[in-house]
Ligand binder design. Structure first.
Ligand code: NAI
Length: 257
């Protein structure tokens, strides 16, 4: 028996980075996983990689997390393929913008749409499936930037802070309804995924960027995708059955300062 045998997980942003690593981790521990991404080919490729190691465990589906209609279709597809859904990992997200003065309104709205509106839509439309296959767990990706602000992260701070408290509202709603669905947020700091490539645009080589970011972390290193995937595994499993409405920081000590 794996730690999440019998779980059926829907993972957004599953084509790479933290979504892909978590999909592999959950499948390794016995879950079925559906990887949803706007990058449909990427999600399929990750599903193929998982199935090569854990046959029959992974599915993929196209999903733009900002589209209400696509959410309905993708969840119905996953529910059909896995015969239910009881874990929702709202992981897809983007960075973008700078200070409040330098961020244009369109960018601000786009970051809210992808990073926090998507979490609302995912919870709203997955809960009815999850109720039928309870106990269930919702894991929403905020960021350490959802708890601690930066002068040049206006849009991202706003969106990720929204994810933090939205997760608690969902937790209380599900508890009040007696759904046996938990909802928690995770708060990583810098993790070595392709999202960091977007930060190398100022002619800083990847190694130099990683070294620069690591200096900001008390542990002296940035995180690896599996540092997050292990947290997702715990929250997806019934080992965390008494944990809801909480935030799990994966920040190498940054928020302790
Ligand atoms: P990534 O950029 O490697 O992967 C993000 C995935 O989301 C990609 O596969 C992309 O195609 C997908 N995506 C983007 N927009 C989408 C949309 N509209 N619909 C569906 N899929 C979409 O990023 P990473 O590092 O894996 O990040 C995952 C989550 O973790 C994000 O929410 C990010 O904000 C958060 N995070 C990441 C940190 C890091 O340092 N890597 C730190 C803190 C939070």
């Amino acid at each position: 028996m794996g730690r999440v045998t019998g779980k059926k997980a829907f993972i957004t942003g599953g084509a790479q980075g933290l979504g892909a690593a978590s999909g592999m981790m959950l499948a390794k521990e016995g879950a079925l996983v559906t990887l949803a991404d706007i990058n449909e080919a990427g999600a399929k490729s990750v599903a193929d990689q998982i199935n090569a190691v854990y046959p029959g465990k992974a599915f993929s589906v196209a999903l733009d997390v900002t589209s209400e209609e696509e959410w309905k279709e993708a969840l119905a597809y996953a529910n059909d393929k896995m015969d239910g859904i009881n874990v929702l990992f709202n992981n897809a997200g983007i960075g973008g913008g700078s200070t409040v003065e330098e961020t244009d309104f369109a960018t601000f709205k786009r970051v809210q749409e992808v990073d926090v509106d998507s979490v609302f839509l995912g919870c709203k439309y997955a809960i009815p499936y999850m109720v039928k296959h309870a106990p269930g767990s919702i894991i929403n990706t905020s960021s350490i930037a959802g708890l601690i602000a930066g002068h040049n992260m206006a849009a991202y701070n706003a969106a990720k802070a929204g994810v933090w408290l939205l997760s608690k509202s969902v937790a209380l709603h599900c508890a009040k309804k007696g759904y046996r669905i938990r909802s928690n947020s995770i708060h990583p700091t810098f993790i070595d995924t392709p999202i960091l490539d977007g930060m190398t645009r100022h002619n800083l080589a990847k190694d130099d960027l990683v070294a620069k970011l690591a200096k900001q972390v008390p542990l002296g290193v940035i995180g690896e995708p599996d540092d997050v995937a292990y947290a997702v595994l715990y929250l997806a499993s019934d080992e965390s059955k008494f944990m809801t409405g909480a935030e799990l920081k994966l920040d190498g000590g940054i928020s302790a300062m």
